[in-house]
Every structure is written in structure tokens, then in C-alpha cells.
Design a protein around this ligand. Structure first.
Ligand code: ACO
Length: 328
């Protein structure tokens, strides 16, 4: 049957860097605590007022330019995000307009840190079915706009960035996006959410005063489940497809915490040399972490060879989690 593949990758990184040293001046924390507990050294911060679509459009444009493909020829745009420009219209509509993607429809997909994985598997189905030939998948988050920079528990963890991939029919059906496994479990809601601003608790003077428009996370609780489920779904997709950990050329994990990444790699039997890590430079950019990792190994370092097996894995708010197997 027809298979989908990733033809091109693009990214956008804001210029401004926020280092652990900078955070030491803002909250009661230390570079040492942040590095040893999370692996993060610095993160990028978008200039206030620009919004998600500013980054998403730039990542998408680089992705299309690298493939030599026009914006008019894109069929579908999926934007994975938890920080849209506004509730409506969707960020995908704004990206469609600003890119000049006159033939495209699209929508936003909300799955926290698993957003890119959910969006990529969806794009692959659109292509595999034969319905569409050109789907842009963008993971973009302006986490700095929903972070409380007086809360040391969360403010050290996140950064801003966007990544984009172009999904098309694979010229050779033995390659491309081979399989995916995905889950959600809403019992995770109490441990990772934004308290107000939605229809259950609309914005009010009170919600603003109580600082309820920010990421709320019970880190220890989320950590436990993240380690268990991300490791399990990674191991599962490898085994289900008759592979062994040592046959995986690259594990491309969501970047929430270096310790979660290490535990996942160990359980899946993949040595750390073959695990893509950028959390030190960009922190947790939510839906952007995986396309940023792909950009590193595909565009910057050119380490990925035809036929390489890649496993993408993520865990995030919801809870949501999943893995994708790609033969490059
Ligand atoms: N600097 C200094 N000390 C701190 C900081 C900080 N920035 N943050 C917390 N501490 C303190 C805590 O107050 C606590 O002190 P106490 O023992 O006196 O209470 C101590 O450090 C240990 O806190 P823990 O929360 O137990 O630290 P832990 O080792 O669990 O690390 C972390 C916290 C990094 C948040 C970790 O739990 C984690 O990575 N959790 C998972 C995150 C994740 O995967 N999220 C999902 C994706 S995000 C999304 O979907 C939007």
C-alpha cells in the first residue's frame, strides 16, 4: 500500500536566550539544581506580542523552501500546540493566510507534549489513504506566555520554538512512516493543566489575581507516569515491528527531562549515543521538541541515512503519550 514519509524539516528559534544564571536572579533556584534535575542549560524566549503563528509560519516556510515546494501546493496544515495565537480562529488558519497556502485547509491539535506525534500520525493517514499528497505538520509553542516566572517549580522547565515537517507519499513503499501507537488518559488532568481561561473557569479578575492562567504541574507525579508510559510505548513499537533496540538508529524523544529520556532509552535497549537530546539548549518546547530534534540530525548534522529506523516517543498533558516508527 501507499506509505507516507517526511520529505523535509524546518524550524524557528527565537533569538533571545534565557539561561539558568538569568533564572537564578528571578527565583530561588540554581544552575546546579536545574542541570542535575532536568538537563536544561538555557531556553529561547519569543519577543512578547508576536504570537504562535509568527514562529509556526517561519518554521513552515523553511520546511517548504528546503523541499522546493510552493505554499499554494499544500493540501492540509496541522498545527500541534497548547499556546495558539487565540482560541479562535485556529493558528492553522493564520498560518494558511500568512504562508499564502491558498489551496489548504487545516486545524489545530491539542495534545500537550504529544501534539507533534499525534499530528504526524494523523498526517500520515491522510496521505496513506490517497486523499492528500502534501500535509504540513507544525509543532509550535510559546510556553513563555503561559509560564509563571515567579514559580520555580515550572519556570525553569520550558522554552519557545517551532518545528515543521512536510509529509508526502513515499516514493518507495518499504520506507516512510511505518507504524504508531497512541494513548490518552484523562485521569492525568489534576496533575498537569491550566486552571482558568477555558469554558469551565473563564478569565476573570479573580483568576488573574490567583495566577490561574499558567501551567500548573505536580512534577513528581507526572515524572513517575512519564517514565513508565514513555518507556513502555517505546519498547512496544520496537517489539511489535519485530525489531531490537540495537537496530534503532535514532530514538527521538520528547524533551521534558533528561532523566525521563535516559530511562526510556535504557528500557528500550538503545544506547545514549543514538538518542537525540536538545533539552540542554532549548528546554521543553512542548509540541516543538521532536521536530527540533529531527532538524538537528537531518539538517544540521546530516546523520540520518536512508533505511535508518527512527523511533519518535512523547508523553504530555492529558495524559497523552505515543510512539511512531519511521524507516527513513
Ligand atoms: N530550583 C530549586 N529547587 C526546586 C526547583 C527549582 N527550580 N523546583 C523545585 N525545587 C525543589 C522543590 O520545591 C522540592 O523541594 P522540597 O523537597 O523541599 O519540597 C525539591 O526541589 C524536589 O522537587 P521535586 O518536584 O521532587 O523534583 P523532581 O526531581 O521531581 O524534579 C521536575 C522536578 C523536573 C519537574 C520533574 O518532576 C519532572 O521532570 N517532571 C515531569 C515533567 C514532564 O514530563 N511533564 C510532561 C510534559 S509537560 C507538558 O505536557 C506541558
Amino acid at each position: 500500500g501507499r506509505k507516507a514519509y517526511i520529505r523535509s524539516v524546518g524550524r524557528f528559534l527565537p533569538e533571545k536566550r534565557l539561561t539558568n544564571k538569568d533564572l537564578e536572579k528571578m527565583v530561588d533556584t540554581s544552575d546546579e539544581w536545574i542541570v542535575t534535575r532536568t538537563g536544561i542549560r538555557e531556553r529561547r524566549i519569543l519577543e512578547p506580542g508576536l504570537g504562535n503563528s509568527y514562529m509556526a509560519v517561519r518554521a513552515a516556510r523553511e520546511c517548504l523552501d528546503r523541499a522546493g515546494v510552493s505554499a499554494e501546493s499544500v493540501d492540509v496544515i496541522i498545527v500541534a500546540t497548547v499556546t495558539p495565537d487565540m482560541f479562535f480562529p485556529s493558528t492553522a488558519c493564520l498560518v494558511q493566510r500568512d504562508l499564502g497556502a491558498t489551496g489548504a485547509w487545516g486545524y489545530d491539535l491539542s495534545a500537550g507534549c504529544s501534539g507533534f506525534v499525534f499530528a504526524l500520525s494523523t498526517a500520515a493517514q491522510f496521505v496513506e489513504s490517497g486523499r492528500y499528497d502534501r500535509v504540513l505538520v507544525i509543532g509550535s509553542d510559546v510556553m513563555s506566555t503561559i509560564i509563571d516566572y515567579t514559580d520555580r517549580n515550572t519556570c525553569v522547565l520550558f522554552g519557545d520554538a517551532a518545528g515543521a515537517v512536510l509529509v508526502e507519499p513515499c516514493p518507495d513503499p518499504d520506507y516512510g512512516i511505518l507504524d504508531f501507537i497512541q494513548h490518552c488518559d484523562g485521569s492525568g488532568e489534576p496533575y498537569l493543566h491550566m486552571k482558568a481561561g477555558g469554558s469551565r473557569r473563564p478569565a476573570s479578575l479573580e483568576t488573574v489575581k490567583n495566577r490561574e492562567h499558567y501551567v500548573y504541574q505536580e512534577g513528581r507525579q507526572v515524572f513517575k507516569v512519564a517514565v513508565k508510559e514513555m518507556a513502555s510505548v517505546t519498547e512496544q513499537i520496537i517489539r511489535k515491528n519485530g525489531l531490537k533496540g540495537e537496530e534503532v538508529a535514532f530514538l527521538v524523544p520528547h524533551q521534558a527531562n533528561l532523566r525521563i529520556i535516559q530511562a526510556t532509552a535504557e528500557r528500550a535497549g538503545i544506547p545514549m549515543e543514538r538518542v537525540v537530546v536538545n533539552i540542554d539548549r532549548f528546554a521543553n518546547t512542548t509540541a516543538a521538541t521532536i521536530p527540533l530534534c529531527l532538524y538537528d540530525i537531518v539538517v544540521e548534522e546530516k546523520r540520518v541515512k536512508k533505511g535508518d529506523y527512527l523511533v519518535l516517543s512523547a508523553f504530555g498533558a492529558g495524559y497523552t503519550w505515543g510512539s511512531i516508527l519511521i524507516r527513513w
